[in-house]
Design a protein around this ligand. Sequence first.
Ligand code: GEK
Length: 243
Amino acid sequence: MTAGDRKDRVFARPLSEVKAFEFNESVAHVFQDMISRSVPGYALLLRMIGLYADLFVTAGSRVYDLGCSLGEASLVIAEQVRDAECRIIAVDNSSAMIEKCRQHNISPDLIEWHCEDIRQIPIDQASMVVLNLTLQFLPPKERLPMLKKIYTGLNPGGVLVLSEKVVFEDEAENECMLQLYQGFKKTMGYSDLEISQKRNALENVLIPDSEQQHRQRLVDAGFSEIYPCFRGFNFVSYLAIKT
Ligand code: GEK
């Protein structure tokens, strides 16, 4: 197996019909390359999650990585957690992703991999919940109930990490950020065809909110301390603390 085998070419050839995007085996196979080249600051987001874990994960608590994909965030968190009683519950409803997590799992004692819908997972005794680029895939009406469930399941002092692709209410800002994002993807080696076919595939699958919608929803869920810690073009990441 060479690095080339893991290169994302999912949308490289002209497709007669662009189907709705799915986290299937062909996507899971190249996902690490896909996400690193598609999300500005992805590696930094992971490092930030490690820093949050160091600061917020408490002894005997649970950490949830919701929409864990290949488990990158869980692995970073596991490096920070020194308490053997802590559990990292990593959840994804893509069996292709979870199968790969189980095959490559290097922290068997700390991490439990679950192939399930994050809406079905009970959340309890949590010091940290990670939604790293996942909430955007839930139907919009189900996002507030999801955040309320997370808020209820967090211990006082616990944190939610919420990273998302966003849209901007100001038209000029939105247009500027989209152009910069397209430029970013080109510098990462994607062609115009790949960019446009993937954008079509994600339409109605990834439905982004604005920063105002995110902040209001976090407030409505109960969070009072909401800190935007990262923004790269049209991607933001919040730290929301349950006080
Ligand atoms: C990372 N967090 O590398 N239930 C469970 N999983 C879901 C659901 C759902 N309802 N909807 C989507 N997913 C990761 C990256 S990727 C982001 C997250 C992206 C899963 C889906 O199967 C996919 O693996 C993940 O959420 C989103 O830190 O590809 O833009």
